[in-house]
Structure formats: C-alpha cells, structure tokens
Write a protein that binds this ligand. Structure first.
Ligand code: P6P
Length: 299
C-alpha cells in the first residue's frame, strides 16, 4: 500500500497527511544532492559544528517546501539560529527538523537521515504534546518511518520516489545491542555502572555516529541508544528538540522508552531550540535500569 493511501485508510487528519506527504516528496530531492553537494563548507551552525554542504542543501529544500505549502506556522531547524514564522500559514502546526543528521558520514557512505517533530503549535513545548514524528533514513534503502500516535509504520521508497508500506505497527523487541555515545574515559560513575552491566549481560556495541541510523537499529532490534552527560558536560551532545524528542516519541509509540537518565524525555519543556540533553532511548528494561542507577547515585 502506498503512503498516502495508508494515511487515509488510518483516518489520519487531512492536514497531517499533507504534511507527511510533503516530507516524503522531498526525500528523492535530498538524496539527489548526495552526489553533488558534498564536503564541508566554511560555516558553522549555532552549536559550533562545521556545516556540511548537504546540511545546508537539505535545510534549504525543506524550509522552501514548507514555506510554499503554508502547512505550518513555525519552523525550527538544527541549521537555523532562530525559529522561522511562516506568513499566511493555514495550520497552527510547529515543526522541528534535523535536516540531515549524521551528514559528515555521507563521505564514508554510512546511513544518515532527516528527523522531524510535529507540534500542534509552537515548538517550545514538551514532546508529549506532539501530534507526531517522522524520520527519513538514507541508507541501502531509503525509508520513511512515522507515528501520529496510532502505531509506528515504516515505508520504503521505490525508483519513482513514492513510498510503499514495509512494516505496520512496528514494536521494539527485546534485544542486546547498545549504541554508547561519548568517551568511556569521561563516563560519570552511574553511567559507567550502566554500560558495564549491559556488557556483563552480553550486549553488543553497535554505534555508527549517526543518531537516526543507530536509533533505527535499536527500534528494530531492541537494546539501548545513549549519548549521556559526561565529565565536564552535564547536558551531553545531542539536541532535545531536533533529536531526543522526535526519536524518543517514535520509540515510545513502539513500546519502548526515552529518558534523560532521570525521567521521560517527552515531559521536558525546552527553554530554547538549542537545548542539549542527555539521551537514553530504547527498551523499557534498559531505561528502568539507568534511571535506577541515576537515582541511586543521587544525581
Ligand atoms: P560523536 C552526528 O554528528 C551526531 O549529532 C549524532 O547523529 C551522533 O549520534 C553523534 O553526533 C555522534 O557524536 O561525539 O560520537 O561524534
């Protein structure tokens, strides 16, 4: 079944359907840029990270498409310093976008992706207010996975750029893989204890450096992704709005959990679009374990 037919069959709100379809139609355009707009450019994003030509390429394509569609009132992207207000929008929706998470890995042909959060209004609200989330993964296959609160569903892009249902009502299984960000030498005691416990239980390390690809693997195989707080950095590296909340929403809707080590990521109200947060996303068992260790440590 094609994506649009599936959305309609599920009774998805018409405006949400149009929005999800807009992103699906940009996938082929963004991927087409992979052959041309590569390498780093001489600019940095607000996080001080060197922008890749493709970061800016994907950012420009998505902002232009959203502005033209007038489907959303607010656009926040990881590549823009400020929230963009769309003149004449027909919906009050707010959108958060990491246009190309993991973009530096394109030069070594690893999977990267576009991460999107959809809010009923302004985006500086807790993730549990979201209408939905989606991500497009550019790997050996180009896939689109979305949730609007009624299950998690995955589609694969064909030669024609259209998406066909690959898996309906995806749920996170029990699994023993872990994707541990940050440097082991910098682990805080409770986090070190957590990682050592996973390793004692036989968890295998799977970390590519692409958050969206690594969480996608956890969603399908079970286990845990983490980019924690670490020595000298109590917020970790990843962004609450652009990474933690949308992918946390996805995994929670698939029966998993998402935490900052203390509590549900989706309960956290951002103070700014640039908020960073320690991230643990995966199975409920693993999240319960890290939260118990964090609590016992008095952190
Ligand atoms: P490190 C990619 O740059 C990213 O933002 C995430 O996609 C990824 O999980 C993380 O950074 C990797 O960070 O410190 O391991 O290079």
């Amino acid at each position: 079944m094609k994506l649009e037919e599936f959305l309609k069959t599920k009774g998805t709100d018409e405006q949400l359907t149009r929005l999800i379809m807009l992103f699906s139609k940009q996938a082929a355009n963004i991927k087409a840029g992979f052959l041309s707009a590569r390498g780093a450019v001489d600019t940095q994003n607000v996080y001080g990270e060197t922008q890749m030509a493709l970061d800016k390429w994907a950012d420009e394509i998505l902002i232009a498409a959203l502005r033209e569609s007038k489907l959303v009132s607010w656009i926040a992207t990881e590549e823009q310093p400020d929230i963009i207000e769309v003149e004449g929008a027909v919906n009050p929706f707010g959108i958060t976008i990491d246009p190309l998470d993991g973009s530096s890995l394109i030069d070594v042909n690893l999977a990267v992706g576009t991460i999107v959060g959809i809010y009923p209004g302004h985006v500086l609200e807790p993730g549990n207010t979201m209408l939905g989330a989606l991500y497009i993964l550019y790997g050996p296959l180009t896939t689109l996975t979305y949730t609007t609160g009624s299950g998690v569903h995955e589609f694969v892009m064909g030669e024609d750029g259209n998406f066909t249902l690959m898996q309906e009502n995806l749920t996170i299984p029990e699994g023993k893989i872990y994707a541990p960000g940050a440097l082991r030498k910098d682990y805080l005691p409770y986090h070190k204890k957590f990682i050592e416990q996973l390793e004692l239980e036989g968890y295998k390390l799977r970390f590519s450096g692409s958050f969206v690809a690594d969480v996608h693997q956890i969603l399908h195989k079970g286990g845990m992704f983490t980019y924690p707080a670490f020595a000298g950095n109590d917020t970790g590296k990843l962004r609450l709005l652009f990474e933690g909340t949308p992918m946390g929403k996805m995994v929670i809707e698939a029966g998993g959990a998402a935490s900052n080590g203390k509590g549900n990521l989706l309960d956290i109200k951002p103070t700014a679009v640039s908020d960073r947060i320690p991230i643990y996303i995966g199975g409920k068992k693993e999240i319960a374990l890290i939260e118990s260790y964090t609590k016992d440590s008095g952190t």
